[in-house]
Design a binder for this molecule. Structure first.
Ligand SMILES: Cc1cc2nc3c(=O)[nH]c(=O)nc-3n(C[C@H](O)[C@H](O)[C@H](O)COP(=O)(O)OP(=O)(O)OC[C@H]3O[C@@H](n4cnc5c(N)ncnc54)[C@H](O)[C@@H]3O)c2cc1C
Length: 538
């Protein structure tokens, strides 16, 4: 960065801080649009609405600022897990995982998950988007249309691919810079097994049966480029975008079946803020269904059970919870190799069965050991790398329930991972492929040997899978888009039976996207904003 650029950035920072201090000193009684949650999708919606200067937008975030080294330094992401920027959810003990209660981290603060995640940019598979369009009965979601949106929003820094990539958008995407030798070794090992490599995991590779590539990252000038940084940060000096932190949305306010605002808690005080046009829920796949249920929108019997009056019976709220589940396989380095970038620089997608036409397995290489709390007891090398090997198309489904009508009481999360026997079969194939890769010739000079799981019988490997399983942090699908009785929103992301209320976040996915989920969340934000702009002629 030159001196002039540095001064400009400092000047902007000061103006933005003064502007937001002024706008948030006292909130107005009403705004045109209220966006709840400043995460991956909410950041996109708020920015796109605020592009119209005549529109007053309020973006509400429960967590705090993203001005911290733990957020902005790409190497420090693991330090946020379990800390103040993590909601620290825990799933119920799961009999399919030997009774383990998994931690379910989700981002809390400006940027949401995109401020604590691993920064991998993965756009989903062609078949994901065509499936979304089919479920919604709305061609705006099909692959071709979504590809156009990706081209529009990306500022792509890698090998040109004009058919699929764009370079004028707000989201700076770059291939991991100067990757570790183990990332290159993974590409070579995969090639030796007949898995093709690509320039990027986001072009042609996700239109077919998969492959391997150096990961695309949201890192710019060596700093995390969260979706909040990409979309909202440049607008913080605008008079029509108010971004309020440390403020929790408890319920939606209604007149009849029209959403007319939200009830918030700020500085210990309850307050109602009005929405002239619409309220958008972007609080992520746990908190969006929670706020819906506390507002009387959900399964009738469930709401009655905790004593909440029913406003709209929608049995899909909190159902259909999906997540990628991962099983870490670990190799010990021959000599320590320091992680580079976010410590995850190569991605591989492949199939658990040859007859599949799209990948159902997802592998992100991690350049340090990542055991589960259970497999840690098997002995973890001080220096090593992990194949974070997971199911990209899990069959198991979980469910969220309220424990109480009190909005301050946390959810009951039945993540239910590995409950479907088909997932165990895919998991065994996944770990076997992982071992073939990690024990391949390409790694010989870099590793001393395989630390876990090692060669095990089928039964012992099943036990390993149950002990090793952790979340990939891709919680989704708890207020799905579609047309059946379990659907919560339509193709324009409007909540069925309610006026003036949309959902824009990972909850609306009918099925978890094949890869990491933040890029699809950016698309969901773009789709919501486009529908809002069309509906209100903005
Ligand atoms: C540790 C970790 C690593 C990950 N790695 C990757 C990766 O490398 N690549 C990738 O693509 N994806 C990754 N993900 C997943 C990705 O970040 C999420 O899928 C994505 O952020 C979800 O977007 P969202 O808009 O649905 O919700 P979020 O981004 O979670 O945003 C929701 C926001 O709403 C706020 N909120 C919640 N409740 C309330 C309330 N009641 N009132 C006000 N505000 C509220 C939250 O604090 C949060 O800021 C990772 C996630 C985690 C946690």
């Amino acid at each position: 960065m030159t001196h002039a650029n540095h001064d400009d950035a400092q000047d902007f920072q000061r103006r933005a801080a003064e502007n937001q201090a002024r706008l948030t000193a006292e909130l107005k009684p009403a705004y045109d649009f209220i966006v709840c949650g400043a995460g991956a999708s909410g950041s996109v919606v708020a920015r796109r609405l605020a592009e119209n200067e005549a529109v007053q937008v309020l973006l509400i975030e429960a967590g705090g600022s993203d001005e911290a080294e733990a957020v902005l330094d790409p190497a420090l992401w693991p330090t946020n897990l379990g800390g103040e920027r993590d909601w620290r959810f825990t799933a119920e003990p799961n009999p399919h995982l030997n009774g383990r209660a998994l931690p379910m981290s989700m981002g809390k603060g400006l940027g949401g998950g995109s401020s604590i995640n691993v920064m991998v940019w993965a756009r989903g598979h062609r078949s994901d988007w065509d499936h979304f369009a089919e479920e919604a009965g709305d061609e705006r979601w099909n692959y071709q249309n979504v590809l156009d949106i990706y081209r529009r929003i990306e500022n792509w820094q890698g090998a040109p691919d004009p058919l699929r990539r764009g370079s004028n958008g707000p989201v700076w995407v770059q291939p991991a810079a100067d990757p570790s030798p183990v990332a290159h070794a993974l590409l070579d090992a995969a090639n030796a097994l007949g898995i093709p490599s690509y320039d990027s995991p986001n072009g042609r590779m996700m239109e077919g049966e998969g492959g391997v590539a150096i990961s695309d990252m949201l890192v710019r000038d060596g700093r995390r480029h969260s979706l909040f940084r990409a979309y909202v940060h440049p607008y913080l000096d605008r008079p029509n975008l108010t971004v309020v932190t440390g403020t929790t949305v408890e319920r939606i306010a209604f007149e009849g079946n029209r959403a007319v605002g939200v009830d918030i808690v700020r500085g210990g005080q309850r307050q109602r803020i009005g929405a002239v046009h619409e309220v958008v829920l972007s609080m992520g796949a746990m908190q969006t269904p929670k706020v819906l249920m506390h507002s009387g929108i959900g399964d009738e019997a469930e709401l009655r059970r905790v004593g909440i009056p029913v406003r709209q019976h929608l049995p899909g709220v909190g159902a259909n919870l999906q997540d990628h589940v991962s099983f870490g396989c670990i190799w010990e380095y021959a000599a320590p190799i320091a992680p580079r970038n976010s410590g995850s620089e190569a991605t591989l997608y492949w199939k658990s069965r040859p007859e599949l036409t799209a990948p159902d397995l997802l592998f992100c290489q991690v350049e340090f050991p990542v055991p589960s709390e259970r497999t840690a007891a098997r002995g973890v090398p001080e220096h090593g790398w992990t194949m974070f090997a997971g199911l990209a198309r899990p069959h198991s489904r979980g469910r969220l329930r309220l424990r109480s009508a009190d909005a301050a009481v946390p959810l009951q999360i039945d993540a239910n991972m590995m409950s479907d026997p088909a997932d165990m079969e895919a998991a065994l194939a996944c770990v076997e492929l992982c071992r073939d890769l990690g024990n391949a010739q390409a790694f010989r000079t870099l590793v001393r040997g395989e630390a876990m799981p090692g060669k095990l019988s089928r039964e012992a490997l099943k036990e390993y899978v149950r002990d090793a399983a952790v979340t990939y942090w891709h919680q989704t699908c708890t207020a799905k888009m579609g047309r059946d009785s379990m659907s919560v929103v339509d193709g324009a992301l409007r909540v069925y039976g309610i006026e003036g209320l949309r959902i824009a976040d990972s909850s609306i996915m009918p099925r978890v996207a094949t890869g990491n989920t933040q890029a699809p969340c950016a698309i969901i934000g773009e789709q919501a904003a486009a529908s809002l702009r069309a509906a209100h002629q903005l």
